[in-house]
Write a protein that binds this ligand. Sequence first.
Ligand code: GLP
Length: 245
Amino acid sequence: MELIVVPGYAEVGSVGSDVVVSEIATNRDLHLGVATGSSPLSLYAAMAERRGALWDFSGLTVSCLDEYLGLPEVSEQTYRNTVIRTVLQPLGIPIERLTSPDAWSPSPEGAADDFDAFLRAHPVDVQIAGIGANGHVAFNEPHSGLLSRTRVASLTQATREANARFFPSLDDVPRRCITQGLGTILESKMLVMLVSGEAKAEALDRAVNGPITAACPASILQLHPNAVVIADEAAASRTVRVLTH
Ligand code: GLP
């Protein structure tokens, strides 16, 4: 694992964009796995700034990490619509190049299996991820199996409260989801985790320095052969102290 510490949120995005774009330089059609949440937004914005004559991102294949169950398909808060708005449109990637779990299928379990099969057939080259304050990755909450596959899962109350800022009220935050499993995410060829802010410091410390444990799903980072963590100083405050003393 490589840990890159930068001053703040904007630099997490610009350095993250450098890492992703240098991979695209060697493979213009790579499969980019994207995350939702606030953490990767500065990376997508930095990539969008580069779009132009030199950088054409329209050949990328894009997939989502997870999707809420129970939202109307047209809701702005679905992860599919969020990715269309924050990634595909700014980067000029056609919607047909996006694959996400079909949360509107009559069988969400079947849709999860189908999405997992898609990912096995089309491995992710670069997976962007954030981390929850409780150590979750995608919607793999604490105690998810380290080798779990894409499946229907429940959100913890802590995660629902953290995500309530995107909804009119806490009651509107879905309770269930389809999420890539930790084992699925481990199959991405490269994992780029973005972490910002003091609220993530403990989770990042546990992920990087703690035991590999289902109690901290992000600790799968330690099992990934090609993981890069880009953290700002606030998020890395505990992690770096442990590494340097
Ligand atoms: C959500 C998403 C995760 C994301 C996490 C952190 O629960 N399912 O993929 O990493 O929130 O979000 P944020 O970056 O907004 O803190």
